[in-house]
Design a protein around this ligand. Structure first.
Ligand SMILES: NC(=O)c1ccc[n+]([C@@H]2O[C@H](COP(=O)([O-])OP(=O)(O)OC[C@H]3O[C@@H](n4cnc5c(N)ncnc54)[C@H](O)[C@@H]3O)[C@@H](O)[C@H]2O)c1
Length: 319
């Protein structure tokens, strides 16, 4: 356990969060959505930001949009293309980060990159499983294996945050749900292996206003490539994508909850949407009660998810 944590009231906490300043925050999937918000929040807290993402155009835009904030905070920003599902690519990222930031500790590792979809377990093809497991599970494993040993050897405090989902704690649905449960399990296993030397947290949000619905835009060739309907020239406005943007919580809320958790020591970050309070907690409780009381898997109804997925409910501008 680091000196910082020895004095913290909670062994998974950085009570003096300002001690993370001056180090690096590596955020996978940092060019969009929740990852972008995490980079922005880390910069504001005095950390150098690494925007590690597969989408190069989005990296360029994120760097442009965050450059003034980085300058004002006196920190560096590094955009770096990576495919987290490839061990080789993550190793290359580690080398770039080490060269760009010599003798600088990694204060935060956010294994956040993820893709939606995959379909149901009865219909998903082998290649769909490979894609979604490759990014959502092996992508986290690759980053943990590559960066955490360096974090453990540094004489500075550090936090590891993975992004699962509410789908990782309720009764599982589809290939995505399976991978998000695996992400929670992987993070618990990591917590047990670092023995308090780093703080460890898993983010489990309700719906967030991001680009998650159009994840196929980043499907690597070895997993079948980008489907025709998702290629930029063919992409039409996606009805559900629009609804996520209209009804989902702001990504900045997730970033705020992550930093609160790093400070308080919360491991499971059940990120509730302000307009659907308590739902993620209810999902977790419902699953646990079913297990303990010989019940069946059941997912309670959510007003927010109904708004996101039910096209009969009008968008806010149509109301
Ligand atoms: N949006 C939601 O409602 C929601 C809810 C719960 C959990 N999540 C999770 O949040 C995380 C972030 O997603 P988001 O919602 O911000 O969506 P997003 O699509 O806006 O951001 C995901 C980012 O990950 C990047 N990415 C995709 N594949 C990659 C790969 N192989 N290597 C590196 N980067 C890759 C994308 O380019 C993108 O910038 C994901 O793990 C997602 O499953 C999202």
């Amino acid at each position: 356990m680091s000196e910082e944590n020895d004095t913290a009231p909670h062994k998974n906490a950085h009570a003096r969060i300002e001690k993370l300043a001056g180090g690096i925050a590596i955020v996978t999937g940092g060019a969009s959505g929740i990852g972008y918000a995490l980079v922005e929040a880390a910069i504001a807290r005095g950390m150098h930001g690494v925007i590690a993402d597969i989408e190069t155009k989005a990296i360029d835009l994120a760097e442009k949009n965050l450059s003034a904030a980085a300058k004002a905070a006196g920190v560096k920003l590094l955009g770096c293309p990576v495919d987290v599902s490839s061990e080789e690519s993550v190793t290359a990222l580690e080398e770039i980060v080490a060269n760009e930031f010599p003798n600088t500790p990694i204060s935060m590792l956010c294994c956040n990159a993820g893709v939606g979809g995959g379909g149901g377990v009865l219909t998903a093809r082998d290649i769909d499983w490979d894609f979604v497991i490759g990014v959502n599970v092996k992508g986290v494993a690759n980053c943990v294996r590559t960066f955490v040993p360096r974090m453990l050897s540094q004489k500075a405090p550090g936090a590891v945050v993975t992004t699962s989902s509410q789908d990782g704690i309720c009764c599982a649905q589809g290939v995505y749900g399976v991978t998000k449960h695996a992400c929670v399990a992987l993070t618990e296993a990591l917590y047990n292996e670092v023995h308090g030397a780093l703080s460890v947290h898993v983010l489990c949000p309700n719906a967030v206003a991001t680009n998650i619905v159009t994840s196929e835009r980043n499907r690597p060739e070895r997993y079948g490539g980008i489907p025709k309907e998702n290629r930029p020239s063919d992409t039409k406005a996606h009805p559900i994508a629009e609804r996520f943007k209209a009804f989902g919580m702001a990504p900045s809320r997730c970033a705020d909850l992550v930093f609160n958790a790093i400070q308080s020591g919360e491991f499971y970050i059940l990120a509730e949407a302000l307009d659907d309070p308590g739902y993620v907690h209810l999902e977790a409780e419902t699953r646990m009660k079913a297990m303990l009381n010989k019940g069946l898997p059941f997912r309670p109804k959510s007003e927010l998810l109904a708004k996101v997925f039910d096209p009969r409910i009008p968008l806010p501008e149509d109301q």
